[in-house]
Design a protein around this ligand. Structure first.
Ligand SMILES: [Zn+2]
Ligand SMILES: [Zn+2]
Length: 338
């Protein structure tokens, strides 16, 4: 088969790779229905995470089960399944506590931009849809694999409740879906921080009530102005830079909650500032598997449509164009069709 491999900064190739096979009896092989490029893939693509050897890419996936190992009992060939970027057993203490992305046996799935994928710990990792979904639902189901699951966790970690005021830092795909998650949890006011007109439009469509275009101290000042000088009940941090983290901390009210899901790059927090901020901080790699049954249900019943976040669809062999479009911010998120 052929799949996506990153060779170095801005050097994405689509080339021959060995087709996956069952290695452990707990594995499953799935035939990809759709996959996509993640905002976090751009850290590698831009060379911010150094690439020392050719690296297969992709960690968001959904598709039809082709084959299962002999120890797999709940997942069957022919089912349409979705899983998280971390495979998990769903039985260890960390999984039971609701943190499958911190599973004692977790394995990162990093080669999903390909027509076939091996998924370890299939019983714990994969969740099947009730039926094979219609084509027009597949993109929304794919979004649950990471981007929507991550945004959902941001809202959960930031304790978004009905009637509350929420700030979303970041207008990438996760930030935009964090607006949707906050709306779904019936926040009263949702302030999206965004400087890009097309993204502001989608943020509004997803439920943003206010847009703040300023950044840094000016952005924080604007949030304070909009909240009678108090700050927001919940802040969803969806970027992972020093600036975005400080914006999040300084935009929350005393006793407020910050859900941070942007993968931190060079972020340091000052202990004294943190001490006097009186905020709850909760974040990390999203425990997507915890939310999958609920999210699949919402998508299949037509109550949630996160697939709208994909604004570019390409055949899988044109993955390099998809990376370029996202790098140049011409696309929010690229869908890849095998
Ligand atoms: Zn991702
Ligand atoms: Zn576990």
């Amino acid at each position: 088969m052929r799949g996506t491999v990153l060779y170095g900064p801005r050097d994405v190739r689509f080339e021959e790779r060995p087709a996956p096979t069952i290695i452990k009896p707990t594995d499953a092989i799935i035939r990809m229905a759709l996959t996509c490029v993640c905002g976090s893939d751009l850290w590698d693509y831009r060379g911010i995470n150094p690439i020392t050897q050719p690296k297969p890419m992709g960690h968001e996936y959904c598709g039809i089960v082709e084959e299962v190992g002999r120890a797999v009992t709940s997942i069957k060939p022919g089912q349409f399944v979705i899983g998280s970027f971390f495979a998990s057993d769903n039985t260890c203490p960390n999984c039971k506590a609701g943190y499958p992305s911190g599973c004692q046996h977790r394995e990162f799935i990093g080669d999903a931009q390909a027509p076939m994928l091996r998924v370890p710990l299939a019983d714990g990792t994969l969740v099947a849809t009730p039926d094979v979904p219609p084509d027009n639902m597949t993109a929304s189901l794919l979004a649950l694999s990471d981007v929507m699951g991550t945004a959902w966790f941001a809202a959960n970690a930031a304790n978004v409740k009905p009637g509350k005021t929420v700030v979303v830092v970041g207008d990438g795909a996760v930030g935009l879906l964090a607006v949707l998650a906050a709306k779904h949890r019936r926040a009263n006011r949702i302030i999206a921080m965004s400087r890009h007109t097309s993204r502001q439009k989608l943020a509004r469509e997803f439920g943003a009530t206010d847009i703040v275009t300023e950044r840094g101290d000016e952005g924080v000042a604007r949030i304070k102005e909009l909240t009678d000088g108090i700050g927001a009940d919940s802040v969803l941090e969806c970027v992972g830079t020093q600036e975005s983290m400080m914006e999040a901390m300084r935009s929350a009210r005393r006793g407020g909650y910050i859900g941070y899901v942007g993968v931190p790059h060079g972020v340091g927090l000052d202990g004294t500032e943190l001490f006097y901020a009186h905020v709850h901080l909760h974040g990390g790699p999203a425990p997507v598997r915890r939310f999958l049954p609920e999210l699949i249900d919402l998508v299949c019943s037509g109550k949630l449509d996160p697939g709208k976040v994909f604004d570019l669809t390409l055949p899988l062999d044109k993955a390099a164009d998809g990376y370029r479009a996202m790098d140049e911010r011409r696309a929010i998120k690229t869908l890849l069709r095998p």
